[in-house]
Design a protein around this ligand. Structure first.
Ligand code: SAH
Ligand code: SF4
Ligand code: F3S
Length: 446
């Protein structure tokens, strides 16, 4: 077992998990990542179950890989992530050539599952939820390259929105001990990472498991990490409006290292639909939090997730979402047609919205969000932004690419050796998917 290929579907937490699997197997079995499935001895599919056809997508992908099993020696195929968690034994029945099935909480057992598969010549399946173990058993992170990194601090969800599979696939809410997170972030910073994004299904529900630091919450975690030398920018996602309290708002006021951008999913602008979704807050409450954050950090921008065509959504409900979008002036956001998911209570709701109506609403919503994002990009022209340099530009290796606080890519010319630095860049042009700029100072503006 030398060569590893991983294909990842889904959210940033899955990306983080895939990265950790590669690190784990590098340490346990000396495996190296390869670029194509054909080169691999072990292929891993890390799956996502959030929207419709997720299972089909997994079986289609496995179908592409199946002919590889005819090679000698046969490569092994492992399936992990949220579809594995949801499908379990069914996945083994539908794709009997799969060698290992593991869930999002058992990826740390991959080396043992692999050894067991090789020794017993039997497929292995482990879909348990031993939350406390996962992070304890992941290796240190030497040799990580790049200016930005994800760090998962919280997993799972207890909120049970009526449309969502996550509580079923990822299990209950669990937070990592604070000292362990500090250690991981410190290691990443020592290796030149400058921007950290903290991840969790409800990242701001973070609550340190009792220990020396007792009942530290998410705001405490941010304050602790902000003290670490070398940290240039800190982000987090995904946050839930119900876990956004005064202490977190105060952290946005006090910590310049926090990016002036917050992804705060609202899903719908209609109180009636929010109730049916079991989101447990009203639009008025959401707007109060947005206003408080703007007061704490005037330049902050918001993005959101939206679902259109939730069962029972009328034209008036949809209009309320559009009104909210104009009121908050959301930046680049994610939007989806509602899709029924296994085991979720929304399956039983009546008044499903016809597909063409869903499609029309989605198109209207996305057009408006894109307009707002473009307006904002244009408004940035002439301003000076703090840009974190992520690496050479893909189009022109003589140029650099970096990210603004509001998560836009900026390309600009500059001398060698800028990766990982935070620099002041004047924005000169707004293109549809990126900005162009001119380096004005070899340090960030204050
Ligand atoms: N925990 C986050 C969201 C995680 S899932 C939160 O509560 O905000 C990411 C997004 O996928 C959700 O915000 C929602 O917009 C979308 N989503 C989840 N289930 C869906 C479904 N059944 N149909 C359509 N979109 C869905
Ligand atoms: Fe899903 Fe709701 Fe939990 Fe988000 S808060 S992961 S949408 S159940
Ligand atoms: Fe998908 Fe699971 Fe993430 S369902 S969005 S991979 S938590």
């Amino acid at each position: 077992m030398r060569h590893l290929y991983i294909k990842t579907f889904g959210c940033q937490m899955n990306e983080y998990d895939s990265e950790r699997m590669a690190e784990l197997l590098a340490r346990s079995h000396g495996m190296e990542l390869v670029e194509t499935p054909e080169e691999a001895d072990l292929l891993i599919l890390n799956t996502c179950s959030i929207r419709e056809k997720a299972e089909d997508k997994v079986y289609t992908q496995l179908g592409f890989w199946r002919p590889l099993k005819e090679r000698d020696p046969q490569p092994l195929i492992a399936v992990g992530g949220c579809v594995a968690s949801q499908e379990g034994e069914r996945l083994r029945r539908r794709a009997p050539f799969v060698d290992i099935v593991f869930g999002p909480q058992t990826l740390h057992r991959l080396p043992d599952l692999l050894d067991a598969r090789l020794a017993e010549r039997q497929p292995q399946l482990d879909l348990s939820f031993p939350e406390l173990e996962k992070f304890d058993r992941l290796p240190e992170r030497p040799g990580r390259q790049g200016a930005t990194a994800f760090v998962t601090v919280q997993e799972g969800c207890d909120k049970f929105c009526t449309f969502c599979v996550v509580p079923h696939t990822r299990g209950r809410e669990y937070s990592r001990p604070l000292p362990e997170i500090v250690r991981e972030v410190r290691q990443l910073l020592d290796q030149g990472v400058a921007e950290i994004t903290l991840l969790g299904q409800n990242v701001n529900a973070y609550r340190a498991p009792s220990g020396l630091i007792g009942d530290a919450d998410f705001a405490d975690l941010l304050r602790r990490l902000a003290l670490l030398p070398g940290l240039q920018r800190l982000r987090y996602t995904t946050s839930h409006p119900n876990n956004l309290g005064e202490r977190l708002i105060a952290a946005h006021r006090d910590l310049p290292v926090l990016a002036p951008h917050l992804h705060l999913p609202v899903q719908s602008g209609s109180d009636r639909i929010l109730r049916r979704m079991h989101r447990k807050h009203s639009i008025a409450e959401y707007l109060e939090k947005v206003a408080a954050l703007r007061e704490a950090r005037p330049e902050i921008r918001f993005s959101s997730d939206f679902i259109v065509g939730f069962p029972g959504e009328t034209d008036a409900d949809f209009q309320a979402t559009m009104d909210l979008i104009d009121q908050v002036r959301f930046d680049q956001s994610f939007s989806f047609k509602y899709s029924p998911r296994p085991n979720t209570p929304a399956l039983k709701l009546k008044d499903s919205v016809p597909e063409p109506v869903k499609e029309e609403r989605l198109a209207i919503l996305q057009t408006r969000i894109n307009q707002l994002a473009q307006d904002y990009s244009r408004a940035l022209v002439g301003s000076t932004q703090n840009v974190l340099v992520t690496g050479p530009s893909r189009r022109d290796p003589n140029e650099w690419t970096g990210k603004t606080g509001c998560n836009r890519s900026v390309n600009f010319a500059g001398p060698k050796g800028l990766a990982g630095q935070m620099l002041a860049v004047e924005i000169t042009e707004a293109l549809p998917n990126s900005l162009r700029g001119r380096l004005t100072a070899m340090r960030a503006a204050s």
